[in-house]
Design a protein around this ligand. Structure first.
Ligand SMILES: [Zn+2]
Length: 321
């Protein structure tokens, strides 16, 4: 996806009638669609604005900023897991027939567009087939594969790409005033997802969790049964963080395997722990690494089917030993 595309669309006044902005949670889909909408609605002539950016001071920009713009509609839904056909009919299909109140355009943003039922998508499709000239619809999707191909084919798709880890680290330090210690691990773990990195960096438990995992990793081969049991209890104590716990282990052992197979040192995920990763690469055989990665996967599916976490970690650490 390119910011340039947005700038061009705004400058030439030729925005598409539908955009799909896709990318996993936390990648900034909402932020991007809001900025795009604001730029399209801004009252200052586009050629007088730098890169088509919204001026930020006109009546329209102020209304958009405060969330009270009559021509900027966020589609809402009542049921948690789905957007119904009635909701799409009332908020979009019928609403597009009413001309904009104060702008040249009317903009619809559908967050979680993947939640639209097939019926709702079909209703929306009718609007996309013959859209009034003044509308632009943004569909925000975690995964655009979940949308009907007929919808996808009528929209311009903008994919949110992962950011570089070093950009995330400097952003978090500059904008959030976080220390290198707080940001690095979170940024590596988030793998290009700024929203996720931000959440993790500000979450004290995550730092603690990471250190705990590192302790297990460095000592597991010398652990007695009792020590394994204790480590499993400690791991099970991070109740809400099971996915992160196993996620760190998985990325760690992938790094180890990657280095062992002669992979590029610059490309390991936990660059801040390169030395330990290299040591592990020397210590474990290919076969052992294969077994460990399988064991982490098994632990993941056990957790999902609600097997006792303590027991699950115990099995996993035993396999790692
Ligand atoms: Zn403006």
């Amino acid at each position: 996806m390119s910011i340039k595309h947005i700038g061009d669309a705004v400058r030439t006044g030729r925005a598409a009638h539908a955009y799909i902005i896709d990318g996993e949670k936390g990648m900034g889909k909402k932020m991007l669609s809001a900025a795009f909408a604001k730029a399209l609605l801004c009252e200052k002539p586009a050629e007088e604005r730098e890169d088509g950016e919204p001026c930020g001071v006109c009546h329209s920009c102020i209304m958009a900023e405060s969330g009270n713009h009559p021509d900027l509609i966020y589609v809402t839904h009542e049921k948690q897991g789905s957007i119904s056909v009635d909701e799409i009919r009332i908020q979009v299909v019928n609403d597009v027939l009413i001309k904009p109140y104060s702008s040249a355009r009317k903009i619809y943003i559908i967050p979680d567009a993947c939640l639209m039922t097939a019926e709702a998508q079909n209703a929306l499709l009718k609007t996309l087939e013959e859209p009034p000239s003044y509308i632009t619809i943004f569909l925000l999707a975690d995964n655009r594969e979940m949308l009907l191909p007929t919808i996808v084919s009528r929209a311009v798709c903008l994919s949110m790409r992962a950011l570089k880890t070093e950009d995330i680290i400097s952003y978090l330090q500059r904008e959030k005033g976080l220390s290198p210690y707080e940001t690095e691990t979170a940024a590596y773990f988030a793998r290009g997802n700024l929203g996720k990195a931000m959440l993790l960096a500000e979450d004290e438990d995550f730092g603690e969790l990471f250190e705990e995992v590192m302790k297990v990793l460095s000592g597991v081969r010398e652990m007695t049964d009792v020590m394994i049991y204790e480590a499993a209890s400690a791991a099970a104590g991070f109740k809400e963080k099971k996915d992160e716990y196993l996620g760190i282990l998985m990325l760690w052992f992938r790094d180890v395997l990657y280095l062992k197979s002669g992979g590029d040192r610059e490309k390991v995920v936990f660059l801040n722990r390169l030395h330990e990763t290299e040591l592990s690469a020397e210590r474990y055989s290919y076969e052992q690494l294969g077994c460990i990665i399988e064991a982490i996967k098994t632990a993941g599916s056990r957790m999902k089917s609600n097997v006792n976490p303590e027991y699950t970690y115990e099995m996993l650490f035993t396999a790692m030993r």
